[in-house]
Write a protein that binds this ligand. Structure first.
Ligand code: FE
Length: 388
């Protein structure tokens, strides 16, 4: 039996934050990150809209990038004190991810990370509160996904949480918010979204429900990412919606080894997640094409790329991704991105071994072992073709 789960409500478009005025409740706990949402006035708007809905509001500010276990526990304790019936998270991926985990420990103080990190092992939520997510960047799509990543800095272990229990109830995609994103962040998050859509379209858990979402996301990202990068308002809005479509697809279809390797190389070489995906995607498509070139060919045909065979169409897709990277100022290889050969060789075995264990590896269309990971990564490092 397969399952397909999304938030119950999506409010989208210009001024969508007004949806908060229509919520019924008594207490809202707002989780926010480092300050840009406050600086641009969006935090005030959220708080005022919730007050207009008749709620008492408490703001929990300062969630750091890659949120920690401590922040989650602090937030959960503040929630237990305040007893909200609404949790409203606003920001890039991190405050929303952190708020999802706070929600679990608010409703289940006895739970432990060891238990809830097991996939689909989060106890029932929504006994105390329901969850609203408002993304400020256009990439992670955590506002519609069943995932959250929390870091234990004392052991340097990342806990990837995965359970439809933490899929938000309401996502608000206000297209005014991503207008504030800096250019490089727009490029990286946009390529993260493209990787989500392409990996979801070929992933082993793909379905008739996720496929159209993935294809529409890919098409819209190709149409709007470059203009969005240069600050075009309409394109920024279109990307905000497209990344969400990609999220709806991958939350259910899951991902593949571009993400497995991006998770490990991002941490090791200190390169943003979306940038790692952008560099890896061409090599990963070449590796996976042995088993799903027909799927890549479908994407290429939809994009109007030309070729007479699945192989030619897949190659055209790969070339178009490299071209996109170039236009967005993203390096073609890890080497070009400034990772020294010495550092790369020192860590490649460890990265490959850890990438095999990453939760995204299981849903990759073509199976892979540590040796295979090492070879794909080497190709992405030097920009060599994947021929195995
Ligand atoms: Fe991602």
């Amino acid at each position: 039996m397969a399952r397909f789960t999304l938030p119950r409500d999506l409010y989208h478009g210009k001024g969508a934050l007004d949806a908060l005025k229509t919520l019924n409740g008594t207490k809202a706990f707002v989780v926010v990150g480092g300050g840009s949402m406050k600086r641009f006035g969006f935090l005030d708007k959220v708080v005022n809209n919730l007050k207009e809905a008749g709620m008492e509001v408490m703001a929990f500010e300062g969630v750091e990038p890659d949120p920690s276990v401590e922040t989650v526990m602090k937030g959960a304790a503040a929630m237990r004190e305040f007893q909200p019936d609404w949790i409203v998270a606003i920001g890039g991926g991190s405050p929303i991810d952190a708020a999802k985990a706070m929600w679990v420990f608010y409703e289940h103080p006895e739970a432990t990370f060891e238990e809830i990190k097991k996939p689909f092992n989060i106890p029932k939520l929504r006994n105390k509160a329901i969850f609203v997510a408002i993304p400020s960047t256009s990439g992670t799509a955590t506002e519609v996904t069943a995932f959250s990543v929390i870091t234990d800095y004392s052991t340097n272990i990342k806990y990837p949480l995965a359970d439809f229990e933490i899929t938000p109830d309401i996502a608000i995609l206000d297209t005014d918010i991503p207008l504030t994103m800096p250019k490089t962040l727009t490029a990286h998050t946009g390529m993260d979204a493209l990787t989500h859509a392409i990996e979801a379209y070929v992933a082993s858990a793909r379905s008739d429900f996720s496929d159209p979402l993935a294809l529409k996301a890919i098409s819209d990202i190709y149409d709007s990412l470059i203009d969005s990068y240069y600050g075009d308002k309409n394109a920024r809005g279109k990307m905000h919606i497209a990344q969400c479509l990609a999220g709806m697809a991958f939350s259910n279809a899951l991902l593949g080894i571009a993400h497995s390797l991006a998770h490990k190389t991002g941490a090791m070489f200190d390169i943003p997640h979306g940038c790692c995906n952008a560099i890896l995607l061409p090599s990963v498509i070449q590796y996976n094409a042995k088993v799903c070139a027909d799927r890549y060919a479908t994407i290429a045909r939809m994009l109007g790329l030309t070729g007479n065979t699945d192989k030619q169409l897949t190659d055209a897709l790969i070339d178009s991704i490299k071209e996109l990277n170039k236009k967005l100022g993203i390096a073609q290889t890890y080497k070009e991105n400034g990772v020294s050969e010495e550092l790369f060789k020192q860590h490649i075995d460890e990265i490959a071994a850890n990438a095999v264990l990453d939760p995204c590896t299981g849903s990759n269309p073509r199976k892979i072992d540590a040796e295979g990971m090492k070879k794909v990564l080497t190709c992405a490092y030097y920009g060599e073709p994947v021929t195995f």
